[in-house]
Design a binder for this molecule. Structure first.
Ligand SMILES: [Fe+2]
Ligand SMILES: [Fe+2]
Length: 335
Protein backbone atom coordinates (compact mmCIF):
# COMPACT_ATOMS: atom_id res chain seq x y z
CA UNK A 1 0.00 0.00 0.00
CA UNK A 2 1.45 3.31 -1.08
CA UNK A 3 1.09 6.60 0.78
CA UNK A 4 1.09 10.23 -0.33
CA UNK A 5 4.70 10.34 0.89
CA UNK A 6 5.64 7.68 -1.67
CA UNK A 7 4.15 9.85 -4.40
CA UNK A 8 6.06 12.88 -3.11
CA UNK A 9 9.29 10.88 -3.02
CA UNK A 10 8.74 9.73 -6.60
CA UNK A 11 8.11 13.29 -7.76
CA UNK A 12 11.20 14.46 -5.92
CA UNK A 13 13.21 11.76 -7.67
CA UNK A 14 11.80 12.67 -11.09
CA UNK A 15 12.52 16.39 -10.59
CA UNK A 16 16.00 15.81 -9.17
CA UNK A 17 15.07 17.05 -5.70
CA UNK A 18 13.04 20.15 -6.57
CA UNK A 19 10.13 19.54 -4.17
CA UNK A 20 9.76 21.56 -0.98
CA UNK A 21 10.99 19.60 1.99
CA UNK A 22 9.40 21.65 4.77
CA UNK A 23 8.60 25.15 6.02
CA UNK A 24 12.29 26.11 6.01
CA UNK A 25 12.31 25.53 2.27
CA UNK A 26 9.60 28.10 1.62
CA UNK A 27 10.91 30.62 4.14
CA UNK A 28 14.61 30.50 3.34
CA UNK A 29 14.44 31.38 -0.33
CA UNK A 30 16.71 28.40 -0.91
CA UNK A 31 14.29 26.56 -3.17
CA UNK A 32 14.31 28.45 -6.47
CA UNK A 33 11.07 26.73 -7.49
CA UNK A 34 9.13 28.38 -4.69
CA UNK A 35 8.12 31.43 -6.67
CA UNK A 36 5.52 34.13 -6.30
CA UNK A 37 3.38 34.93 -9.34
CA UNK A 38 1.70 38.30 -9.27
CA UNK A 39 0.09 40.84 -11.57
CA UNK A 40 0.17 43.24 -8.61
CA UNK A 41 -3.57 42.79 -8.09
CA UNK A 42 -4.06 42.93 -4.31
CA UNK A 43 -4.73 39.53 -2.76
CA UNK A 44 -4.48 37.64 -6.05
CA UNK A 45 -0.83 36.58 -5.97
CA UNK A 46 0.10 32.93 -5.63
CA UNK A 47 3.22 31.30 -4.24
CA UNK A 48 4.07 28.08 -6.00
CA UNK A 49 5.19 25.39 -3.58
CA UNK A 50 6.12 22.29 -5.53
CA UNK A 51 4.95 19.46 -3.30
CA UNK A 52 2.06 18.72 -0.97
CA UNK A 53 -0.50 21.54 -0.81
CA UNK A 54 -3.28 19.77 1.07
CA UNK A 55 -3.50 16.47 2.94
CA UNK A 56 -1.26 14.27 4.98
CA UNK A 57 1.85 12.44 3.74
CA UNK A 58 0.60 9.39 5.65
CA UNK A 59 -2.69 9.22 3.73
CA UNK A 60 -3.05 6.25 1.39
CA UNK A 61 -2.40 6.67 -2.30
CA UNK A 62 -4.05 4.00 -4.39
CA UNK A 63 -5.55 6.13 -7.15
CA UNK A 64 -3.93 9.26 -8.53
CA UNK A 65 -5.66 11.87 -10.67
CA UNK A 66 -3.44 13.88 -13.01
CA UNK A 67 -4.83 17.35 -13.74
CA UNK A 68 -3.59 20.54 -15.37
CA UNK A 69 -5.63 23.03 -13.36
CA UNK A 70 -7.61 22.01 -10.29
CA UNK A 71 -11.31 22.83 -10.63
CA UNK A 72 -14.56 21.88 -8.93
CA UNK A 73 -15.25 19.52 -11.85
CA UNK A 74 -11.96 17.70 -11.34
CA UNK A 75 -12.57 17.50 -7.58
CA UNK A 76 -16.05 16.05 -8.16
CA UNK A 77 -14.74 13.55 -10.69
CA UNK A 78 -11.90 12.59 -8.33
CA UNK A 79 -14.41 11.96 -5.56
CA UNK A 80 -16.62 9.87 -7.83
CA UNK A 81 -13.61 7.78 -8.92
CA UNK A 82 -12.35 7.44 -5.31
CA UNK A 83 -9.10 9.11 -6.25
CA UNK A 84 -6.98 9.82 -3.15
CA UNK A 85 -4.33 12.08 -4.62
CA UNK A 86 -4.59 14.83 -7.22
CA UNK A 87 -1.39 16.04 -8.88
CA UNK A 88 -2.00 19.43 -10.50
CA UNK A 89 0.45 21.13 -12.83
CA UNK A 90 -0.67 24.71 -12.33
CA UNK A 91 -0.36 26.19 -8.85
CA UNK A 92 -3.29 25.75 -6.49
CA UNK A 93 -4.86 28.80 -4.85
CA UNK A 94 -6.91 28.29 -1.71
CA UNK A 95 -10.56 29.19 -2.16
CA UNK A 96 -10.10 29.58 -5.92
CA UNK A 97 -9.14 26.18 -7.32
CA UNK A 98 -11.54 24.53 -4.89
CA UNK A 99 -14.85 25.93 -6.08
CA UNK A 100 -14.73 29.14 -4.07
CA UNK A 101 -14.42 27.44 -0.69
CA UNK A 102 -11.29 26.66 1.35
CA UNK A 103 -9.35 23.61 0.19
CA UNK A 104 -9.62 22.08 3.67
CA UNK A 105 -13.42 22.22 3.57
CA UNK A 106 -13.76 20.64 0.15
CA UNK A 107 -10.76 18.31 -0.21
CA UNK A 108 -10.94 17.62 3.53
CA UNK A 109 -14.55 16.45 3.18
CA UNK A 110 -13.59 14.17 0.31
CA UNK A 111 -10.30 12.98 1.84
CA UNK A 112 -8.27 13.92 -1.23
CA UNK A 113 -4.65 15.07 -1.01
CA UNK A 114 -3.47 17.71 -3.50
CA UNK A 115 0.04 18.13 -4.87
CA UNK A 116 1.21 20.90 -7.19
CA UNK A 117 4.21 20.80 -9.50
CA UNK A 118 4.66 23.60 -11.98
CA UNK A 119 7.92 25.45 -12.72
CA UNK A 120 9.74 22.63 -10.94
CA UNK A 121 8.59 20.33 -13.72
CA UNK A 122 9.39 22.59 -16.65
CA UNK A 123 12.54 21.83 -18.58
CA UNK A 124 12.85 18.23 -17.40
CA UNK A 125 12.24 16.72 -20.85
CA UNK A 126 12.60 17.88 -24.46
CA UNK A 127 9.08 16.79 -25.43
CA UNK A 128 7.65 20.12 -26.52
CA UNK A 129 10.27 20.74 -29.25
CA UNK A 130 10.01 17.04 -30.15
CA UNK A 131 6.24 17.18 -30.67
CA UNK A 132 6.73 20.25 -32.87
CA UNK A 133 9.33 18.38 -34.90
CA UNK A 134 12.62 19.95 -33.94
CA UNK A 135 15.53 19.31 -31.60
CA UNK A 136 16.67 22.23 -29.50
CA UNK A 137 20.41 22.88 -29.49
CA UNK A 138 19.94 25.93 -27.30
CA UNK A 139 17.58 26.25 -24.31
CA UNK A 140 17.16 29.48 -22.36
CA UNK A 141 14.87 29.74 -19.33
CA UNK A 142 15.35 33.47 -18.66
CA UNK A 143 15.99 34.90 -22.11
CA UNK A 144 16.84 38.60 -22.11
CA UNK A 145 17.08 38.43 -18.30
CA UNK A 146 13.31 37.77 -17.91
CA UNK A 147 12.77 34.84 -15.49
CA UNK A 148 10.58 32.17 -17.08
CA UNK A 149 11.03 33.60 -20.58
CA UNK A 150 11.79 30.38 -22.40
CA UNK A 151 13.54 30.20 -25.74
CA UNK A 152 14.40 27.07 -27.72
CA UNK A 153 16.51 27.26 -30.83
CA UNK A 154 16.38 24.03 -32.77
CA UNK A 155 16.90 22.21 -36.02
CA UNK A 156 14.17 20.15 -37.73
CA UNK A 157 14.10 16.44 -36.96
CA UNK A 158 14.77 14.02 -39.77
CA UNK A 159 11.88 13.97 -42.21
CA UNK A 160 10.74 17.45 -41.22
CA UNK A 161 11.38 19.85 -44.09
CA UNK A 162 8.46 22.23 -44.70
CA UNK A 163 5.94 24.07 -42.51
CA UNK A 164 3.19 21.65 -43.57
CA UNK A 165 5.16 18.89 -41.84
CA UNK A 166 4.80 20.73 -38.52
CA UNK A 167 1.01 20.98 -38.93
CA UNK A 168 0.70 17.32 -39.96
CA UNK A 169 2.90 16.15 -37.09
CA UNK A 170 0.88 18.06 -34.50
CA UNK A 171 -2.37 16.82 -36.06
CA UNK A 172 -1.12 13.26 -35.64
CA UNK A 173 0.22 13.53 -32.08
CA UNK A 174 -2.60 15.69 -30.73
CA UNK A 175 -5.33 13.66 -32.45
CA UNK A 176 -6.99 16.46 -34.43
CA UNK A 177 -9.23 14.01 -36.27
CA UNK A 178 -10.54 12.51 -33.05
CA UNK A 179 -11.20 15.97 -31.58
CA UNK A 180 -13.03 16.88 -34.74
CA UNK A 181 -15.20 13.79 -34.47
CA UNK A 182 -15.93 14.59 -30.82
CA UNK A 183 -17.04 18.09 -31.80
CA UNK A 184 -19.20 16.79 -34.63
CA UNK A 185 -20.87 14.37 -32.23
CA UNK A 186 -21.43 17.13 -29.68
CA UNK A 187 -23.00 19.39 -32.30
CA UNK A 188 -25.29 16.58 -33.40
CA UNK A 189 -26.34 15.51 -29.88
CA UNK A 190 -26.94 19.07 -28.72
CA UNK A 191 -28.64 20.05 -31.95
CA UNK A 192 -26.44 23.10 -32.34
CA UNK A 193 -24.12 23.71 -35.24
CA UNK A 194 -22.29 26.67 -33.77
CA UNK A 195 -20.58 24.96 -30.80
CA UNK A 196 -16.89 25.79 -30.59
CA UNK A 197 -14.37 23.65 -28.71
CA UNK A 198 -10.89 24.67 -27.54
CA UNK A 199 -8.72 22.00 -29.18
CA UNK A 200 -10.52 22.28 -32.50
CA UNK A 201 -10.51 26.08 -32.40
CA UNK A 202 -6.86 26.44 -31.41
CA UNK A 203 -5.10 23.98 -33.70
CA UNK A 204 -1.72 24.75 -35.24
CA UNK A 205 -1.68 27.37 -38.01
CA UNK A 206 0.74 29.04 -40.35
CA UNK A 207 0.65 32.83 -39.96
CA UNK A 208 3.60 33.63 -42.25
CA UNK A 209 4.81 31.38 -45.05
CA UNK A 210 3.02 28.47 -46.71
CA UNK A 211 2.80 24.70 -46.22
CA UNK A 212 5.74 24.32 -48.62
CA UNK A 213 8.07 26.90 -47.03
CA UNK A 214 11.27 25.24 -45.72
CA UNK A 215 11.39 25.12 -41.89
CA UNK A 216 15.11 25.81 -41.41
CA UNK A 217 16.40 26.67 -37.94
CA UNK A 218 13.51 27.20 -35.52
CA UNK A 219 13.14 29.92 -32.89
CA UNK A 220 10.54 28.41 -30.55
CA UNK A 221 8.94 30.92 -28.21
CA UNK A 222 6.18 31.07 -25.60
CA UNK A 223 4.64 34.54 -25.91
CA UNK A 224 2.89 34.40 -22.49
CA UNK A 225 6.25 34.00 -20.74
CA UNK A 226 7.26 37.51 -21.79
CA UNK A 227 8.94 37.03 -25.17
CA UNK A 228 8.95 40.42 -26.91
CA UNK A 229 9.69 41.52 -30.46
CA UNK A 230 12.99 42.96 -29.16
CA UNK A 231 13.80 39.44 -27.94
CA UNK A 232 12.99 38.11 -31.40
CA UNK A 233 15.29 40.68 -32.99
CA UNK A 234 18.06 39.62 -30.59
CA UNK A 235 17.51 35.88 -31.16
CA UNK A 236 17.56 36.36 -34.94
CA UNK A 237 20.83 38.31 -34.68
CA UNK A 238 22.32 35.45 -32.64
CA UNK A 239 21.03 32.87 -35.12
CA UNK A 240 20.89 34.63 -38.51
CA UNK A 241 20.14 31.33 -40.25
CA UNK A 242 16.86 30.92 -38.30
CA UNK A 243 13.96 30.84 -40.76
CA UNK A 244 10.91 29.99 -38.65
CA UNK A 245 9.35 31.42 -35.51
CA UNK A 246 7.24 28.85 -33.71
CA UNK A 247 4.97 30.08 -30.91
CA UNK A 248 3.32 27.53 -28.68
CA UNK A 249 1.29 27.16 -25.48
CA UNK A 250 0.06 30.73 -25.87
CA UNK A 251 -1.04 32.09 -29.21
CA UNK A 252 -0.66 35.35 -31.05
CA UNK A 253 -3.08 36.75 -33.61
CA UNK A 254 -1.79 37.47 -37.15
CA UNK A 255 -1.88 41.19 -36.28
CA UNK A 256 0.46 40.79 -33.28
CA UNK A 257 3.68 42.81 -33.11
CA UNK A 258 5.75 39.60 -32.96
CA UNK A 259 4.32 38.45 -36.30
CA UNK A 260 5.02 41.85 -37.84
CA UNK A 261 8.60 41.70 -36.59
CA UNK A 262 9.06 38.17 -37.93
CA UNK A 263 7.77 39.33 -41.31
CA UNK A 264 10.20 42.26 -41.33
CA UNK A 265 12.99 39.78 -40.55
CA UNK A 266 11.89 37.62 -43.49
CA UNK A 267 10.86 34.69 -41.29
CA UNK A 268 8.00 32.20 -41.30
CA UNK A 269 5.62 32.21 -38.34
CA UNK A 270 3.75 29.16 -37.06
CA UNK A 271 1.49 28.86 -34.02
CA UNK A 272 1.79 25.34 -32.65
CA UNK A 273 0.12 23.59 -29.73
CA UNK A 274 -2.08 25.63 -27.44
CA UNK A 275 -2.14 25.49 -23.65
CA UNK A 276 -5.23 23.28 -23.94
CA UNK A 277 -3.07 20.27 -24.87
CA UNK A 278 -0.34 20.73 -22.28
CA UNK A 279 -1.87 17.79 -20.43
CA UNK A 280 -0.52 15.60 -23.26
CA UNK A 281 2.77 17.49 -23.63
CA UNK A 282 3.72 17.49 -19.96
CA UNK A 283 1.38 15.45 -17.79
CA UNK A 284 1.29 12.27 -19.86
CA UNK A 285 5.11 11.90 -19.65
CA UNK A 286 4.99 12.57 -15.90
CA UNK A 287 2.17 10.05 -15.49
CA UNK A 288 4.22 7.41 -17.29
CA UNK A 289 7.26 8.15 -15.13
CA UNK A 290 5.16 7.82 -11.96
CA UNK A 291 3.61 4.61 -13.21
CA UNK A 292 7.06 3.15 -13.72
CA UNK A 293 8.21 4.19 -10.22
CA UNK A 294 4.96 3.33 -8.40
CA UNK A 295 3.30 0.67 -10.54
CA UNK A 296 0.80 -0.38 -7.88
CA UNK A 297 -1.10 2.89 -8.20
CA UNK A 298 -3.97 3.42 -10.67
CA UNK A 299 -3.53 6.61 -12.67
CA UNK A 300 -6.23 8.68 -14.32
CA UNK A 301 -5.78 11.62 -16.62
CA UNK A 302 -8.50 14.15 -15.82
CA UNK A 303 -8.67 15.98 -19.07
CA UNK A 304 -10.66 19.15 -19.46
CA UNK A 305 -12.68 19.56 -22.62
CA UNK A 306 -14.25 22.99 -22.87
CA UNK A 307 -16.81 23.91 -25.47
CA UNK A 308 -18.81 27.08 -25.96
CA UNK A 309 -22.41 27.20 -27.03
CA UNK A 310 -24.41 30.34 -27.84
CA UNK A 311 -26.62 31.18 -24.85
CA UNK A 312 -29.88 30.78 -26.77
CA UNK A 313 -28.92 27.19 -27.60
CA UNK A 314 -27.53 26.24 -24.17
CA UNK A 315 -29.37 23.64 -22.11
CA UNK A 316 -32.81 22.25 -22.98
CA UNK A 317 -36.27 23.83 -22.99
CA UNK A 318 -36.78 23.08 -19.28
CA UNK A 319 -33.56 24.66 -18.06
CA UNK A 320 -33.98 27.62 -20.40
CA UNK A 321 -37.45 28.17 -18.92
CA UNK A 322 -36.00 27.94 -15.43
CA UNK A 323 -33.24 30.45 -16.25
CA UNK A 324 -35.71 32.91 -17.73
CA UNK A 325 -38.03 32.65 -14.77
CA UNK A 326 -35.28 33.15 -12.18
CA UNK A 327 -33.94 36.09 -14.14
CA UNK A 328 -37.30 37.79 -14.62
CA UNK A 329 -38.87 37.11 -11.23
CA UNK A 330 -35.87 37.46 -8.95
CA UNK A 331 -32.77 38.90 -10.54
CA UNK A 332 -34.38 41.77 -12.39
CA UNK A 333 -37.16 42.57 -9.90
CA UNK A 334 -34.83 44.40 -7.52
CA UNK A 335 -33.61 46.87 -10.09
FE1 LIG B 1 3.60 24.08 -17.95
FE1 LIG C 1 0.75 25.49 -18.33
Amino acid sequence: MYTVQNVLDALDQITGGRLVKGPFDTASGRNPFVVSKSSSIPGKAIVETPGLVFGDPAWPASRVGMVMTLTESSIELARALEIDVIIAHHPIADGANSGGVPLKSYLGLYGIAAIELHEAFHGLHPGIPFLHGHKAFRVEVAYGGVPGNILFVGVPLEGMTVLGDILDRLARFMGYREEDEMLKAEKRVRGCDTIVETSAASGARILLGTRTSPIGTVIHIFPHTGFSSAHLEKAKSEHPEAATVLASISRVPPTHELVGRAEALGMNFVVGNSHAVEIYENWMPLSYALRDLLPGIEYYLLRERVSAIPLQAAGNADIRGYAQEMATRFLLKRR
